[in-house]
Design a protein around this ligand. Structure first.
Ligand code: 5RP
Length: 229
């Protein structure tokens, strides 16, 4: 008998994207994140598009995908609260704290997450870590503050580089830039997020501790594991 081939990372993303449908509340507006894992969720959501009032989206890319599948997208200002926000992560630890922003959408992701009563993180098992910091930490910054913010990270032992796209500084949906910071260990995510958020010129730091996950649907070789925090 041959052993079945292990599921690829893409297949694990599909599994968790589909599993997230169980958290979508019929008749409500759902918060939708950004990234390749969320794209699987959006594709799955199309199967129940007649059961939701629509979505609040965290990026232009997700908005376009949602609309292409016939799912209405509402402005975040049109809703007071969301039952659930579904998004991926670059890293998640055993307490539900995350690093996000690999797709440069961290600011809008944090805004939509802050509207939601529940944050459901969908991720393949490669994203589960003991301590945050292995993935370069994305920080959205106002361009004129880039150099001083980079120096502040250097004083903490990090190395910040400006994210480029096609040889030019990447411009976010909000018209700002992204620094990626390597070499940090974020052992106290709540304190770290609070500290960096108040540096002048920082729009959003990619540590999601104040808006941590309530649940993580983790795609593993054994299937989808549900971690509750
Ligand atoms: C985008 C994000 C994403 O959630 C994160 O980068 C994970 O992406 P993927 O599902 O493609 O691995 O924070 O800003």
């Amino acid at each position: 008998m041959t052993t079945p081939a292990p599921l690829s990372q893409d297949e694990l993303k599909t599994l968790v994207g589909q599993a997230a449908l169980q958290y979508v509340v019929p008749g409500e507006v759902v918060g939708v994140g950004t990234g390749s894992t969320v794209n699987k969720f959006i594709d799955a959501l199309a199967s129940m598009k007649d059961q939701v009032r629509g979505a609040v989206s965290s990026s232009v890319a997700s908005t376009e995908r949602l609309r292409a599948l016939g799912i209405p997208v509402l402005d975040a200002n049109e809703v007071r609260s969301l039952a659930v926000y579904i998004d991926g992560a670059d890293e998640i630890d055993g307490r539900g704290y995350m690093v996000k922003g690999g797709g440069a959408a961290l600011t809008r992701e944090k805004i939509v997450a802050a509207l939601a009563q529940r944050f459901v993180c969908i991720a393949d098992e490669s994203k589960l870590v003991e301590v945050l910091g292995g993935f370069p930490l994305p920080v959205e910054v106002i361009p004129m503050a880039t150099a001083q913010i980079a120096r502040r990270f250097e004083s903490l032992g990090g190395e910040a580089t400006l994210r480029l796209k096609d040889g030019q500084p990447l411009v976010t949906d909000n018209g700002q830039h992204i620094l990626d910071v390597r070499g940090l260990t974020v052992s106290d995510p709540l304190a770290f997020e609070s500290e960096v958020n108040q540096w002048p010129g920082v729009v959003t730091v990619g540590v999601f501790a104040h808006q941590k996950a309530s649940v993580c649907l983790l795609g593993t070789a054994q299937g989808v594991k549900t971690l509750s925090f």
